[in-house]
Design a protein. Structure first.
Length: 347
């Protein structure tokens, strides 16, 4: 099909081979952010005939798009480091010769996803691209992230695509500090993050709810190591979704990391692949009655098989009709979950 026409397929899937060329292992053998992560996702989805989704190549972002969120000096710094052969930014974050180009496609895919969704070409889409973005602050790359893909897509939607309000849910197990910083003082972007704490990067305290005109538009929900589906789904259903519904977003974006999976080597939460599908159903049920678009952008997830299975279950969930399971009919919350939710509402 040609761009611009509504697709009859369940969703849009953006990928690009340049994203396989970014490989931090060149600088640090054993680094967990590998191209094999994307290869595992793509091989699993290919076996499932891509769930019938419409596959598109992610275009490279233009520099003015990067500068929707990032300072020109930051953009030039990453570009020059990469084109000069690469190097380390911090002990976790590396740039190689191919990294700038990979990052341009990761940002460009998120922008193109926002454009397609806001133009009504599809109601749902996913970016299977890397490097991920949610740790990248406006003037700093960190935590494997160079540019903040999801934040740039949100800003593009507001400045150029007619969105009045954007809701970003970050269910990566690490706090999305970069996205939080980009929108800390803004009331047109509601940002909600569920993340293990303590854990890298150490930000995202419950009491941090944004600042100035953005106060109340940041929802940080730290959870302890060992937290599983019961707590995560309770927070989604009882805190995140009601807040998002009241916000009435024109576009919903998910920083979709899958490193809260029980098999992930970088964290200690206990979600299963089916847990991500359940979170996805709740988000789908938020957007569908109002006919609002939903875009998911890959962040972390470092056990390739668990990542691939979780992505496939998530995409099937957002493209499917199975209803979300309400925890309201379940036995009472564990005391820890209840205390956590109570603390949030008491603020
Ligand atoms: Zn993560």
């Amino acid at each position: 099909m040609s761009a611009g026409e509504p697709t009859q397929k369940p969703g849009l899937y953006f990928s690009h081979p340049a994203c396989l060329e970014h490989d931090p292992r060149v600088h640090m053998p054993g680094h967990p952010d590998t191209p094999e992560r994307l290869l595992a996702i793509e091989s699993s989805l290919a076996t499932a005939d891509w769930l019938g989704w419409d596959r598109r190549l992610a275009p490279a972002a233009r520099e003015h798009e990067l500068e929707l969120v990032h300072g020109a000096r930051h953009v030039a710094g990453i570009r020059e480091l990469s084109l000069g052969g690469g190097g380390a930014i911090d002990p976790d974050t590396f740039v190689g010769e191919a990294s700038y180009r990979a990052a341009l496609h990761a940002v460009g895919g998120a922008c193109e996803l926002a454009r397609a969704l806001m133009a009504g070409e599809s109601r749902v889409g996913f970016c299977g691209l890397r490097p991920s973005g949610h740790h990248a602050e406006p003037d700093r790359a960190m935590g494997f992230c160079l540019f903040n893909n999801v934040a740039i897509a949100a800003e593009l939607a507001i400045r150029e695509l007619g969105a009045g309000r954007v809701f970003i849910l970050d269910w990566d197990v690490h706090h999305g500090n970069g996205t939080a910083e980009a929108f800390r003082r803004r009331s047109d972007v509601l940002f909600a993050s569920i993340h293990q704490s303590p854990l890298y990067p150490g930000t995202g305290a419950l009491a941090d709810m944004g600042s100035g005109p953005g106060e109340g538009y940041t929802i940080n929900l730290p959870v302890a190591a060992g937290s599983g589906e019961e707590l995560w789904l309770s927070l989604i259903e009882r805190v995140v979704i009601p807040a998002a519904r009241a916000f009435e977003p024109d576009l919903v974006l998910v920083s979709a990391g899958f490193d809260a999976h029980e098999r992930d080597p970088l964290a200690n939460c206990r979600l299963r692949s089916s847990s991500f599908a359940e979170m996805a159903r709740h988000v789908r049920d938020l957007v569908q009655p109002r006919d609002r678009p939903l875009g998911l952008v890959l962040e972390g997830g470092y056990e390739p098989a668990a990542l691939a299975e979780s992505v496939e279950r998530t995409l099937a969930a957002v493209g499917g009709k199975e209803p979300a399971r309400s925890t309201a009919a379940e036995p009472p919350l564990s005391s820890r979950a209840a205390a956590h939710i109570g603390r949030y509402w008491a603020l």
